[in-house]
Design a protein around this ligand. Structure first.
Ligand code: ADP
Ligand code: MG
Length: 240
């Protein structure tokens, strides 16, 4: 469904992503892991075309992303980042409805969808629909961020360290909810983290990046038992 073919990205003379190739199958939960600065966010931002690739091809369902209209991209992909980025003077409902409203959904449909999403993310619609972001805890704000990304039923969900700022308990419950949502909706997920426990817990497969290169892409069990390099072994944190 997502196809990266020999993709590179440079910032000035710095190569942030170096000839990276991978594919993500429809419905797969793919985790991208690696040290800070290894190029994970750059890969994610190239998938939703926030930044253009310098070299190589990126295809979604066989179509080059360069040829997709902005609305097409928005409809197909939801994006969640660490610092939520909710609009502070908009209610929860309006925040979640951002993309459906842009796509021109009728009001009643948007309202029903917001209710459904709040329930899915364990936020009581009666209590939170009209709340403002500052009235919510960090975990609740991130739930709204996830709801917003899912609002227009995208087939691809891109998540960049979405739970890193949360306390461990809230984080664990959001991980569980995300897994359940993934199983239920079959949405393809690309999830960036630098936490191997999180990667092992969530991923159908884990891609490890280092210095802009993809150094291993394998299911969790294989990452654990056959790390392809000392870096992967360090990330797994196991003694030999
Ligand atoms: P990660 O998400 O793995 O921490 P990034 O993809 O954010 O890494 O960054 C990879 C490298 O590219 C880093 O060295 C970073 O400083 C550099 N980089 C990322 N974005 C930019 C930018 N807009 N301008 C210049 N350098 C950038
Ligand atoms: Mg990053």
């Amino acid at each position: 469904m997502i196809d990266f073919e020999r993709v590179s990205k440079r910032f000035g003379s710095w190569t942030a992503v170096d000839t990276v190739s991978f594919t993500v199958a429809e419905g797969e939960f793919r985790v991208l892991i690696g040290p800070s600065g290894s190029g994970k966010s750059t890969v994610l931002r190239m998938i939703n075309r926030l930044i253009p690739a310098d070299e190589g091809a990126i295809r979604i369902d066989g179509e080059d992303i360069a040829s997709l209209k902005p609305e097409e991209l928005r409809r197909r992909m939801g994006y969640v980042i660490q610092s939520v980025g909710l609009f502070p003077h908009w209610t929860v409902e309006r925040n979640i409805a951002t993309v459906p409203a842009l796509l021109g959904w009728p009001k009643a449909r948007i309202r029903d969808r917001v209710t459904e999403l709040l329930e899915l993310l364990n936020l009581d619609p009666r209590r939170y629909r009209s709340a403002y972001p500052h009235q919510l805890s960090g975990g609740q704000q991130q739930r709204v961020g996830v709801a917003r990304a899912l609002a227009a039923e995208p087939r691809i969900l891109l998540m960049d360290e979405p739970f890193s700022a949360l306390d461990p308990i809230t984080r664990a419950s959001l991980q569980t909810e995300l897994s359940a949502i993934h199983r239920r909706t079959g949405t393809t997920v690309v999830f960036v983290t630098h936490d191997m426990d999180e990667a092992l817990r969530l991923g159908d497969s884990i891609a490890v990046m280092d210095h802009g290169r993809l150094i291993q892409c394998a299911p969790p069990l294989e990452i654990l038992t056959r790390p392809a390099s000392p870096l992967v072994r360090d990330l797994v944190g196991r003694e030999e």
